[in-house]
Design a binder for this molecule. Sequence first.
Ligand code: LLP
Length: 435
Amino acid sequence: MHDFKYVDGKLTCDQLAVDTLVKKHGTPLYIYSQHTLEDHYQKLDQALAPLDHQICFAMKANSNLAVMRTLANCGAGFDVVSEGELRRVLAAGGDPKKCVFAGVGKTEREIEYALKQGIYAFNVESEPELQRINRLAAKHDLVAPVAVRVNPNIDAHTHAKITTGTYENKFGIAFEEVAAVYARASKLKNLRLRGIQMHIGSQLTQVEPFRLAVEKMLPLVKKLAKKHSFEFFSIGGGIGIVYDKALESGAAAWWQTPAAKNIITPASYAAALVPLLKPLGLRILVEPGRFIVGNAGILVTRVEYVKRTGKKNFVIVDAAMNDLIRPAFYDSYHQIVPVAETAGALISSDVVGPICESGDCFAKERPLPRVDEGDYLVLMSAGAYGSVMGSNYNSRALTTEVLVNGRQSAAVRERQPLEIIWEAEGIPAWLTKTA
Ligand code: LLP
């Protein structure tokens, strides 16, 4: 489900050849397909059409202004987690009234800013946070719309670092305590109990955990919705994508769980959940990030050196863990393909970046076509949690991002000039005094 394919032996994004974009913008280079973004958004939107619903794109997955604007134009609201993200919504031309604000650590300043912007709801993760929001709303003579994030204690069967719906982690309020929390919150005068929320984890490739979580939540949601006149139920994000072609045929997934089949689609997600949710008569919010943007983006990198040791074939590329941290951080799998399609035998290769850490490795012992210095490789499915998790480690610049629309393309982020990296730093006077 994406618009990156080979045409006459050249990888293309929509109607443009990737090598043309590389010539123009250099590498490392993120390329996003506007059509894929829109297509994913619309597929989910259509699948949920039987419900009164709102898609709030989890912009933590990709907060590039052009990506956000593409989705805002489709009708998306946003799931934000910081003041910076909410300010980005405004910068991208999004609507704060379609935004929900998540996160366990909202500061006073962030809450006040979000209140003033008139966001749709705060997804609240603790009682102290409810009290803080109530106090700040009172200070500004406002009523804050809130939803309690419920931790349904359902194992999402995903990577440990991105599972969120069990009592082992810091998120939400335990299922058993939620009713009492709402009862106490209903006494706080500057809160409007607008809805209820859950999120069980990310990169869920199966529908089953979603179905189990919604089924578990239903009686509670019904009871509380009636009591507190809820308007919405947010079922969170987490719809997984296919990173590995092999996953489609049921081989091991990227987080190395056993064979996974029946990979989730908007249709199967909706088929399982719409019949459960429809009778509630509530507005349903979803907060997908990865599903919309993951396969809509690639990272192109140049081969700098090929180093053959007795044991290994190291392909040293110009992208590094500071550009795409997922393989280093989550052992995640990204398919790697050449920009110019090549025939011939595959060579078991380690694709590594230039950073002085053994973790700076995109793939180990991956069968790849023979490549040489100056060739280009592509890390597929890099649109979600790619560029946004980029850093300046090793004083490397945040890299260029390009958006493609049919035959048009535009740099939607220019490569960061190196001086900007240390622009906010300074040397105290006592260090510069000469003896
Ligand atoms: N809603 C909440 C409350 C979340 O915490 C998240 C993701 C989402 C929605 C969106 O989840 P998605 O639809 O994208 O699965 N950096 C990791 C993923 C971290 C996810 C954090 N929360 C990765 O690269 O796999």
